[in-house]
Design a protein around this ligand. Structure first.
Ligand SMILES: [Zn+2]
Length: 372
């Protein structure tokens, strides 16, 4: 897992007179079975000029060897940064697919990773009971245990025996008191994590009584982030926790997707800072007014792009409708819109659910929320 601050540090990396190789490669099990990922890597190398290649010969050799020997440890995709001359080497294993790319430049190429940070949400998982708590982070289909606390001093339930009813009641209050202290301590210890602005959603897990007490003491700012609850065995492995929360996350994201889409459609009908259709979207992208782009997964729109002014349209025009210059046919205006969004710092949301995706395609195939 990577964090924004890691990427920011990479941007400051000084290669001096040397160059950094940045590789983004899908290495999913299917790709590995037939060795496809290796031939894809070799094809990426072929796209580089001899001159450029000679600058990073050692890096390419190192990466090739790594790809051959480490294949067993790969996940779905791989990100590698290498600058042998500066002893710089960084590897990230991702559990999602990314676009294959090989870039040679003075600094590590981090845009695709920043992009992931902007467009995928981090989920915090808080697993509590009356005497312990564990916290996990789920991001890009991966899970990491962040920390745990265990309070041994919380007394256990007393066996029924020679106690007076009154004493028993007092004893229960005594337990409750300790549970409260325990949970308060949990919130103190993990407060920074739970409040972290990058972690915008939380899932809680645990028995009713513990969750009930927890809800009473959690600050409103943390409570608002909770999007689901489940039951997880106290000593569950990270993978078991992930299996439990993935369906909750998928449901939640789908619900959000459909909300976003209906908001987009309603607002664009009212001309309320939202538009649908590629021509309008590109127009507003050129004006740098797009705040968030909404696109369907795996969808293309053909069109024409002006060779000089950047004008683009879905219509079959012979010359630019703005400057009159020549236009070129393009097979993917959505990709063009995506590139422009990245340059403008606009967010991109990909609609994946089949029903919503179809609805977006029927309503122009692309849309955007505008800044103003
Ligand atoms: Zn033009």
């Amino acid at each position: 897992m990577f964090e924004r601050k890691d990427l920011e540090a990479f941007e400051k990396f000084k290669a001096d007179e040397h160059f950094v190789v940045s590789l983004f490669l899908n290495v999913s099990p299917q790709e590995r079975k037939r060795g496809t990922y290796l031939s894809k890597f070799k094809n990426l190398i072929k796209t580089l000029s001899e001159e450029k290649l000679s600058l990073v010969k050692e890096d390419i050799e190192k990466i090739e060897k790594f790809l051959q020997t480490e294949r067993e440890s790969f996940k779905k995709s791989l990100v590698l940064y290498s600058c042998v001359k500066k002893e710089f080497w960084q590897r990230y294993d991702l559990n999602i697919e990314i676009k294959d790319e090989l870039i040679i430049d003075k600094t590590p190429y981090t845009n695709p990773l920043f992009d992931l940070l902007d467009n995928y949400h981090k989920y915090g998982i808080l697993l509590v009971d009356k005497r312990s708590a564990r916290v996990f982070l789920v991001f890009l289909g991966d899970i990491e245990e962040y920390g745990m606390v265990e309070h041994d001093h919380v007394p256990g339930k007393h066996k029924k025996g020679g106690w007076f009813a009154l004493a028993e009641k007092r004893y229960e209050r005594h337990i409750e008191h300790h549970v409260k202290i325990h949970l308060k301590d949990v919130v103190d210890k993990f407060g920074d994590f739970l409040k972290d602005r990058e972690i915008r959603r939380l899932i809680v897990a645990g028995p009713d009584e513990a969750i009930y007490e927890l809800m009473r003491i959690l600050p409103e700012s943390i409570k608002q982030k909770i999007v689901g609850r489940t039951f997880i065995e106290k000593y569950a492995s990270a993978e078991e926790v992930l299996d439990k929360v993935i369906p909750i996350i998928n449901d939640y994201e789908q619900m959000k997707e459909s909300k976003t889409l209906s908001e987009l459609i309603t607002r664009s009908r009212k001309n309320d800072n939202a538009v649908l259709g590629i021509d309008d979207v590109i127009k507003y992208l050129r004006d740098r007014r797009v705040m968030k782009l909404i696109i369907p997964k795996d969808y293309k729109i053909d069109g024409k792009v002006c060779v000089s002014c950047g004008f683009a349209t879905q219509q079959d025009v012979d010359c630019c409708m703005e400057c009159g210059d020549c236009v070129m046919k393009t097979y993917n205006l959505i990709e063009k819109a995506t590139e422009m969004s990245l340059q403008n710092g606009a967010l991109i949301e990909v609609v994946k659910d089949e029903k919503e995706r179809k609805q977006l395609i029927e309503n122009g195939g692309i849309g955007a929320f505008l800044r103003f």
